[in-house]
Design a protein around this ligand. Structure first.
Ligand code: MN3
Length: 203
């Protein structure tokens, strides 16, 4: 994903807001995409509007630049959440889910042992991220790995290659699954995950 400099825009969803029903409802998208994701974009633009250097940078370059700078925590949080959410929408597709094929499956087998072991690792990360955050499949040094990050933190800020993510903030699942995060994580893997996107991200 590449983006231009400021003002940053809310990218279009890669499918209709009804396309992932009944697993992820249009009502969830009406809040999660149209309100939460949009607010991160608007907040980011407001925070950097008087900063010529930050305004001239692509979203990815901006995130890497301010990561770890406590004086720019607000910029980082909003910029990373813009990127993370766009990446998350693409990590799902209508009719997705199930086991991958081809090159991404070969990589999973080589890195985790088999697909079931990957699923356990990814589910555990998503279920055990305490409070708000994300679980990720990344490529790091030629091997795939599962990591979890709190709040807006994102492996891309550390130069890791992100392949897939699941948002485990409560706003991602509360309308459709209430407090049952494990059911949401299982439904993501069984019915939503976009393996073609993950394979494309391998490069
Ligand atoms: Mn979210």
């Amino acid at each position: 994903m590449t983006t231009q400099a400021a003002p940053h825009v809310l990218p279009a969803l890669p499918y209709a807001d009804t396309a992932l029903e009944p697993v992820m409802s249009a009502k969830t998208f009406s809040f999660h995409y149209a309100k939460h994701h949009k607010a991160y974009v608007d907040n980011l633009n407001n925070l950097i509007k008087d900063n010529a250097e930050l305004s001239s940078m692509s979203l990815e370059a901006l995130i890497k630049k301010v990561a770890g700078d406590s004086s720019k925590a607000g910029v980082f949080n909003n910029a990373a959440q813009v990127w993370n959410h766009t990446f998350f929408w693409h990590s799902m597709r209508p009719g997705g889910g199930g086991a991958p094929k081809g090159r991404i499956l070969d990589k999973i087998n080589a890195s985790f042992g088999d697909f079931e072991k990957f699923k356990t690792a990814f589910s555990d990360a998503a279920k055990t991220q305490f409070g708000s955050g994300w679980a990720w499949l990344i490529e790091d040094g030629g091997k795939l790995a599962v990591v979890k990050t709190p709040n807006a933190e994102t492996p891309m800020a550390q130069g890791k290659k992100c392949l897939l993510t699941i948002d485990v903030w409560e706003h991602a699942y509360y309308l459709d699954f209430q407090n049952k995060r494990p059911d949401y994580v299982a439904a993501f893997l069984e019915k939503l995950v976009n393996w073609e996107f993950a394979e494309k991200n391998l490069g």
